[in-house]
Structures are given as structure tokens and as C-alpha cells.
Design a protein around this ligand. Structure first.
Ligand code: ADP
Ligand code: PLP
Ligand code: ZN
Length: 269
């Protein structure tokens, strides 16, 4: 689309480092979007560190910001990005209170046009465990049934590779177009990747509304470039890449975010 998008991005903010809005706003701006961040929390740093401090925005505070925007007719966004990805959890651990899971399932998911859960989040939202590509494709269909026409399970840890599974329900009559992108698993733990992935998928799918495959290939390409750069910098600084305190090298990767070179291609099912 030639019209530039305007994104309202409701996500975490960290003072130091790159997760939530800190890993979504800059990349979307690089892709030409106007981005207005609302910080759902303000923490000192991300949850990979031994400790974090800060404040959580409550419902009333969020609502007052929305009211202020509305009162001035400023709610003219093309996109709302509130990452149904990182807010829930990862690697078998919930970040949110368990009693909120049904609320996500019944109230939030039906409103989304695109959903980008990781494996654990897809399992929570569908109530099905995912052990194979077939399970993941079924889970996508189930999630389409709840509302979103685009679903991307951002990572499946099935063999030694990492799989991204995409599914686009173009119309209710036909089966969804489903594909996978396989990439080598980098032996390191990154934080903020889910948020970056969701932002890039939003950005590229606005530019390629009829090809979720192309959008996903471009998003994966930028992401892999960011992770490579991140490892390179940490290795140069002789930091063990096993630690969970890696920070994505976003600023240093801006060229690869703007102009990704696709290396891992989508395969249709
Ligand atoms: P989250 O951080 O929310 O759990 P994911 O783990 O699915 O999200 O990561 C999002 C994307 O980041 C994946 O689709 C993949 O492209 C990339 N990624 C994350 N961790 C790795 C890794 N260890 N090796 C290769 N790619 C990774
Ligand atoms: N730490 C904080 C404070 C976060 O808000 C988030 C996600 O928003 C994370 C860590 C994890 O990010 P991700 O799932 O993208 O790795
Ligand atoms: Zn996440």
C-alpha cells in the first residue's frame, strides 16, 4: 500500500534493552510506519535478568490515555499491535495470571486479524499440545475458527531446526493456505524476538496483504540478520551466548531491517 500505516502499539517498555515496544517501535518506523507507543509496563530491564523493577499500567490509566486520544479525534490508526505473543508466556512458563487465559481466548483473539503465538502460546489458546507439523496446522485452523484470518506460529521446536508455520484463511469457503519456513536453531537464548517478529509481520503484511508467505520470509530474513549481528557482537565482547541477558542489536541492524535478504524460503503444504 502506498498510504503509510499508523500503528498504536500497546506493549512493555524497558529502560535498558530491547523487548516489547523497545523492539517493535524502531523497526516499524524503519519500515515507514508512524508508531504511537503506549507502555503497558515500564521496567528497568527485561525478564532474562535476575531481577527487574518498575511499574505496571492499570486498566484505568490505559483507558484515560485512550480517552484523551479519542477526545481529540486522534484514534485514527490503521493497526493496533498488542502482542498476543509475548504477553502470555514462553517455554512452559506463563507470564500472565492463569485466570486471564480464558479472557485472551474468548475476548482478545476474536478481535485480532493476525495472531503470532509461539508454540507454548498456541497450545494454551487451542488447548491442544503441538508435537508435529500436522498438530501445528490443525492448531492454526482452530485459531482461524476463533477469528483471525492470519496465524503465524513463530517457532516450533520439533527437530534440531526451528519451524515457523503460517496459515492464511483468505475466504471462509476454502481451506487456508498453509506454509512453513525452516531455519537453523541458533544455540543461544534471545529475549524480545517474539515482539520483533510480530512487528515485522505486521509491517510486511501491510505491504504484501495477499501474501503472508512473502511477509513471513521477509520478517524471518530481518530477524535472522538481527540475531546473527547480536551473536557476532557478543562473541567479539567474549560474552557467553548461553546467558539469557543478550540484547538484540537492533540499532546496528537497521540496514537489514529495511532491506532484508531472503535466505529461508516458504514451503507450501
Ligand atoms: P518468543 O520470543 O515470543 O518466544 P519465538 O521464540 O517464536 O518468540 O521467536 C520469534 C522468532 O525469532 C522466530 O520465528 C525465529 O525467527 C527467531 N528466533 C528466536 N530464537 C531463535 C533461535 N534460537 N534461533 C533462530 N531463530 C530464533
Ligand atoms: N521481558 C519483558 C519485560 C517483556 O515485556 C517481554 C515481552 O514483552 C519479554 C521479556 C519477552 O519477550 P519475547 O517473548 O519477545 O522474547
Ligand atoms: Zn514472546
Amino acid at each position: 500500500s502506498s498510504e503509510s500505516g499508523r500503528v498504536l502499539s500497546i506493549q512493555s517498555h524497558t529502560v535498558q534493552g530491547y523487548v516489547g515496544n523497545k523492539s517493535a517501535v524502531f523497526p516499524l518506523q524503519l519500515l515507514g510506519f508512524d508508531v504511537d507507543p503506549i507502555n503497558s509496563v515500564q521496567f528497568s530491564n527485561h525478564t532474562g535478568y535476575p531481577t527487574w523493577k518498575g511499574q505496571v499500567l492499570d486498566g484505568e490509566q490505559l483507558w484515560s490515555l485512550i480517552e484523551g486520544l479519542e477526545a481529540n479525534n486522534l484514534l485514527f490508526y490503521t493497526h493496533l499491535l498488542t502482542v498476543c505473543d509475548p504477553v502470555m508466556g514462553d517455554e512452559g512458563k506463563l507470564y500472565i495470571k492463569p485466570e486471564l487465559v480464558p479472557l485472551y481466548k474468548d475476548k482478545v483473539v476474536p478481535l485480532a486479524s493476525m495472531l503470532t503465538p509461539n508454540q507454548f502460546e498456541a497450545e494454551l489458546l487451542t488447548g491442544c499440545s503441538i508435537h508435529s507439523e500436522a498438530d501445528a496446522l490443525e492448531a492454526c485452523k482452530k485459531l482461524h475458527g476463533a477469528g483471525p484470518s492470519k496465524v503465524v506460529i513463530t517457532s516450533l521446536d520439533i527437530n534440531s531446526d526451528l519451524l515457523l508455520i503460517g496459515s492464511h484463511l483468505e475466504n471462509e469457503e476454502d481451506a487456508p493456505k498453509q506454509f512453513l519456513i525452516s531455519m537453523p536453531k541458533i544455540p543461544a537464548y534471545f529475549t524480545g524476538t517474539g515482539d520483533l517478529m510480530a512487528a515485522l509481520l505486521l509491517g510486511w503484511s501491510y505491504k504484501y496483504p495477499n501474501s503472508l508467505e512473502t511477509a513471513a520470509e521477509l520478517a524471518v530474513a530481518s530477524l535472522q540478520a538481527v540475531l546473527e549481528r547480536t551473536l557476532l557482537d557478543y562473541n567479539a565482547a567474549k560474552v557467553q551466548p548461553e546467558v539469557k541477558q543478550l540484547e538484540l542489536r537492533l540499532i546496528q541492524s537497521q540496514e537489514q531491517i529495511k532491506h532484508p535478504i531472503v535466505e529461508f524460503h516458504a514451503k507450501r503444504f
